[in-house]
Design a protein around this ligand. Structure first.
Ligand code: FAD
Length: 457
């Protein structure tokens, strides 16, 4: 019997454009898929509640898709550096293949697994799949990582075009006997008491098939107007692909080439496609920054910002923000949208983040953690990167102290009030709580606090 190849699935829950699965399919033996719920390896960040919900359903969908090819998805729990080599021994695998991860602790785990497998005489190979450009390939003229988006993205656009996506492999075959697997339900990824996931169920269908449908619909119907519509709160003009990318139900290569193909077929889509690609560029940038600064979720990227004089945490204000009870309608609307659907419009994410850090003077880490727990697209790079960008401690061209005015933002991007009316219907003249802070006074106080950072450098 030919030895099997194990495909270790992680943030790439799909069959198409999966280079590791493709390699396994091309090998002689059967294929065994494994997913490891690793809550033990040092430094690996435990998933938030909304992410766990998504993971459950996306794994169920992946297991169905693999089963159609008679390939088992083996579920195991524990430190990956123990679980993966042990499974390889158990089935006497020829090797283990996977797609690369870029977070610091994840890279350490993967290096260790690779070392152990090779020591045991098995193959261990990793592939590029979740980033269009490898972080070590995009560097400044001084051979340093970029710290500013615009030149970063220009350098990416000068680099060789991302490769074409691969189709789902044909000719997959499973082993004659299946290794033991945990039962997905036993992982308790879904909330029970209380079950708060009703809004998520109404908003989303996790899984590769639904991700592909969404990509097609966006490119057919919405991309032409994307450049203008993406900022409008009252218009569903964005792709809503962020959880698909987060969980790898689609790869950025598939999205890139589908968008470029749309432009080829329909020149009217050109501007929208270019803007859309540049948003994928922000995702790349966030990951490249994380690759070079693995502590992005806990430390100020600009160390000078350590001098910022955060006051003691006001837990009442933090809770009012978390539960959408600040009395600032667009902020409250955003926080309700987040709670109910697991996502929030990008512009509102900026507004609520600015409100938390500048008007409430609450450390960005508290906001980042709340988003981490409540977003279905909670992303180890994009989330801290963007929080730091808004807070003023992040990778930014001219990191001046940006304070969003929520009222002006709402007037400009939700002029008819449709977004606020939808997500914070109580914010009408009679139902609204009083604002918990005065926007002008708190803005002035934040600017004064920022002087400390300026003086420190
Ligand atoms: P589209 O406008 O259709 O954009 C297409 C894709 O480009 C997105 O799916 C996303 O993958 C990428 N993208 C767009 N904008 C950004 C950006 N600013 N940074 C990184 N990637 C981007 N995005 C996440 O995916 N996960 C997060 O945890 C996350 N946290 C955020 C926290 C804050 C405070 C802010 C201001 C932004 C955050 N973002 C995060 C970025 C952005 O808000 C979302 O990617 C976007 O709203 C997702 O909607 P969409 O898929 O319709 O986006």
């Amino acid at each position: 019997m030919t030895q099997p190849t194990i495909v270790w699935f992680r943030d790439d829950l799909r069959l198409a454009d999966h280079p590791a699965l493709r390699e396994a399919a091309a090998a002689d033996g059967p294929v065994i898929a494994v997913f490891v719920l690793d809550e033990e390896s040092p430094g690996i960040r435990p998933l938030g509640g909304a992410a766990r919900w998504w993971l459950h359903h996306s794994l169920a969908s992946l297991a169905d898709d693999l089963r159609a090819h008679r390939v088992p998805l083996v579920l195991r729990r524990g430190a990956a550096s123990e679980v993966v080599p042990a499974l390889a021994d158990e089935v006497d695998a020829a090797g283990v293949v996977w797609n690369r991860r870029y977070g610091g602790p994840e890279r350490e785990v993967d290096t260790e697994v690779k070392r152990m497998l090779r020591e045991a005489g098995r193959a261990a190979r990793s592939h590029q799949a979740s980033l269009l450009f490898e972080p070590w390939t995009i560097r400044t003229g001084q051979d340093e990582p970029f710290s500013v988006y615009t030149p970063f993205w220009k350098a990416c656009r000068r680099a060789p075009e991302p490769r074409e996506p691969f189709p789902a492999p044909r000719g997959l075959s499973g082993p004659r006997t299946y290794p033991e697997s945990d039962d997905l339900d036993d992982w308790d990824l879904l909330p029970t008491a209380p079950d708060w996931a009703g809004g998520l169920r109404a908003a989303w269908t996790p899984g590769e098939a639904s991700a592909r449908r969404r990509l097609r619909a966006f490119l057919a119907d919405d991309v032409d107007d994307y450049a203008d519509a993406r900022d409008r709160l009252d218009d569903d003009g964005t792709s809503r692909l962020s959880p698909r990318l987060r969980w790898g139900e689609l790869s950025p290569f598939q999205i890139w080439h589908a968008a470029v193909e749309t432009r080829r077929e329909r020149p009217s889509a050109a501007q929208g496609v270019e803007t859309f690609l540049s948003e994928l560029g922000w995702r790349e940038f966030a990951w490249h920054v994380l690759y070079h600064s693995p502590d992005l979720a806990t430390e100020n990227w600009r160390r000078r910002f350590d001098a910022f004089p955060w006051p003691d945490l006001d837990t009442d204000a933090l809770e009012a923000w978390q539960h959408g009870r600040t009395g600032i309608p667009v902020v409250d609307a955003g926080m309700h949208e987040l709670w109910q659907t697991g996502v929030m419009h990008n512009r509102v994410r900026m507004v609520v983040a600015s409100f938390l850090t500048k008007n409430l003077l609450i450390h960005w880490r508290h906001g980042e953690e709340w988003f981490w727990d409540t977003l279905v697209d909670a992303d180890a790079a994009a989330n801290p990167f963007n929080w730091q960008w808004v807070a003023g401690s992040g990778a930014d061209a001219a990191p001046y102290f940006r304070v969003f005015n929520p009222e002006l933002q709402a007037q400009k991007f939700d002029p008819g009030g449709a977004y606020v009316g939808r997500w914070a219907p109580d914010s009408g003249a009679f139902g609204s709580p009083e604002p918990i802070v005065d926007l002008r006074e708190t803005r002035a106080a934040a600017l004064a606090a920022y002087e400390r950072v300026k003086r420190s450098g």
